[in-house]
Design a protein. Structure first.
Length: 149
């Protein structure tokens, strides 16, 4: 059995999927065609509380909720603890959300498929926060079932 690359640590994945209940989903809006919306539904199906994070929630005409959960314009606006910050943003924009996750005391940071920022990964891990990049919870739930079989 080969070990996973550092950015796909099984320990970090297991921590977030098993022990973290509240997931802030950065980039989640009411647009049902976006991947963030579909993955937020998967998270809910696995019993996770999702917290939509998108600038649209800070506008007068923006929605207040997505998938039955109140949305917030920024991570700093969330008035309760967040366990995982799940990032659906371009790689060049993602690092700031990893830094914000550390600042709010999140236990984990998850960069979705195609989202890679090695410097943010190093900063986040150095702060003692679990992090994975370039993968998806839906994929990892399937991978874990195979890995554990």
């Amino acid at each position: 059995m080969t070990s996973a690359p550092a950015h796909l640590s099984h320990d970090a994945i297991d921590l977030m999927l098993d022990d973290c209940e509240t997931w802030a989903v950065v980039g989640l809006s009411a647009n049902t065609r976006r991947t963030a919306y579909a993955i937020a539904q998967v998270l809910q199906a696995h019993g996770k509380r999702i917290v939509p994070i998108h600038p649209v929630f800070g506008t007068p005409d923006g929605p207040e909720e997505v998938l039955g959960e109140r949305g917030y314009a920024t991570l700093a606006d969330v008035p309760f603890p967040v366990d995982v910050v799940d990032v659906f943003r371009r790689s060049e924009e993602a690092g700031q959300f990893a830094d914000q996750a550390v600042a709010i005391g999140a236990r984990g940071v998850w960069f979705q498929v195609g989202v890679v920022d090695e410097a943010a990964f190093e900063r986040t891990r150095a702060a003692g926060v679990a992090m994975v990049m370039d993968t998806c919870p839906k994929i990892e739930w399937v991978n874990r079932s195979v890995r554990r079989a």
